[in-house]
Design a protein around this ligand. Structure first.
Ligand code: HAM
Length: 429
């Protein structure tokens, strides 16, 4: 096998124990916050029918699909969780008690151009609420994002969440540049989502491209791009039609976020539209305030996805929060913990004659719920003591012929250095 084949494929990761512990530490926080909000965990296959993901709005995610033909089936590794969740909801729509509060922690695959914070596989924590049309659902989800940021030790002010509404944008364009062309709205959003990446001129060119799905005239395209500059809800409100529901929803959301105590961390930003075609209402993305990294998480309302996939309409809103960007931010802020192998007790037999007694001690301790490393062959006591120290074990149990004869083990408390004899049958009690 060539040297390069010993590396994982570009953009994918091996998780050695240190990295795996950090990953689990983060996932434990994902799960614990989701449980605080009384969400239930679900899962779905990593491989789905490719058709579940192949939408035709020009989204990057579709071009980045890992897909293959097998026994006449066209299958794909999931690039995101939302279509699978939608499929699960549609399949049992009548039997599920709405609103549903579901969360997942899953690995997703996208053949991306790699930059800092973007890989070709990543894990994503998703929280989604199905069956709730009001923005109280958005507010609850955004509060959960901040609960996670608090839980991992970030400071308030390290992250800002930018909020916009596709519905507000759509209302503002419906009677003007998109009159009689509602189908152009989703590809328009996909195009303007690239503003940060490719700049205003390139986005304008895409909007006026006569072969594209949007093809606005140049003045209309410039009007749309100018709208994205708005950073003040009051200004955006002036472009909205009278009695706008989308505007009322946005205003209500900001009020609710105040009650959740996160008003200082959220801002209106008309340039946030998201790159996925299915969003229909409020959309949001969180960024580090230092402006160094890509989005930590993103989400929004997607009330028509169930219908698009052939189900009955069900309102839905959710977010995806990746493991890569938060990892980078925690590293930058020196908040990523260095976690040790969890060992409470080491048990060391001086020779093979003492091994059965050592095994019994280890068994008792394990049955009592302690995490026990039993040394597997004689070896040197010095090395065992150093190992016990390194992993932060509380005690080491030493079993030599003298101790066995007296029915005891010599137990060293590694914090204090104190040694005592413990009866073998008392281990774990
Ligand atoms: P997304 O914005 O494509 O949304 O991804 C959500 C988050 O996943 C991103 O903000 C980022 O943290 C992480 N992520 C995405 N792609 C990569 C990558 N290539 N490398 C590392 N991290 C990545 C969605 O996927 C939607 N399905 C979220 C959603 C759930 N909307 C409603 N419910």
């Amino acid at each position: 096998m060539s040297q390069s084949k010993l590396q994982p494929p570009r953009g994918t990761r091996d998780f050695y124990p240190d990295e795996y512990r950090q990953r689990e530490w983060l996932f434990d926080h994902f799960r614990s916050v989701a449980h605080q909000f009384a969400f239930e965990e679900v899962d779905a296959p990593t491989v789905e029918h490719a058709e579940l993901f192949t939408r035709k709005a020009g989204e990057e995610i579709v071009d980045q699909l890992y897909h293959f033909e097998l026994h006449d089936r066209h299958l794909a590794l999931r690039p995101e969780m939302t279509p699978s969740i939608a499929r699960m909801v549609i399949a049992r729509a009548g039997a599920l008690r709405m609103p549903l509060r579901w969360f997942t922690v899953t690995q997703n695959w996208r053949y991306e151009r790699m930059t800092r914070g973007r890989k070709r596989e990543h894990y994503q924590w998703n929280m989604d609420i199905w069956g709730e049309p009001s923005v109280s659902a958005e507010a609850e989800l955004i509060a959960a994002i901040f609960a996670l940021l608090d839980a991992v030790g970030l400071e308030r002010g390290d992250v800002k969440l930018r909020i916009n509404s596709r519905a507000l944008l759509e209302e503002s364009l419906r009677e003007g540049v998109l009159r009689d062309r509602p189908e152009a709205f989703a590809p328009l959003c996909v195009a303007i989502d690239k503003l940060d990446k490719i700049g205003a001129d390139a986005v304008t060119r895409q909007l006026i491209d006569t072969d594209g799905a949007v093809h606005l005239d140049e003045a209309a395209a410039r009007f749309v791009v100018a709208m994205l500059e708005l950073k003040d809800l009051g200004e955006a409100a002036r472009l909205a039609p009278a009695g706008s529901q989308a505007l009322a929803d946005l205003e209500r959301l900001f009020q609710l976020l105040d009650a959740y105590g996160v008003a200082d961390q959220v801002v209106f930003d008309a340039s946030v539209v998201r790159g996925l075609a299915y969003y229909t209402g409020i959309v949001f993305e969180a960024f580090d305030t230092g402006g160094e990294l890509r989005a930590l998480c993103g989400g929004g309302r997607y009330d028509q996805l169930a219908e698009t996939l052939g189900g009955k309409p069900v309102p839905a809103v959710g977010f995806g929060f990746g493991d890569v960007v938060i990892g980078e931010l925690l590293k930058d802020k020196k908040k990523l913990p260095l976690l040790m192998r969890p060992v409470d007790d080491m048990v060391f037999a001086f020779g093979e004659g003492e091994r059965p007694a050592a095994i019994r001690v280890a068994r008792r301790l394990r049955e009592a719920g302690r995490r026990v490393e039993l040394t597997l062959s004689g070896g040197k006591l010095k090395r065992a003591l150093a190992d016990a120290d390194r992993v932060g074990a509380a005690r080491i149990w030493l079993l030599g012929p003298d101790e066995i004869e007296r029915g005891v083990a010599r137990v060293k408390d590694l914090a204090s250095g104190r040694e005592s004899d413990e009866k073998l049958e008392d281990a774990g009690s």
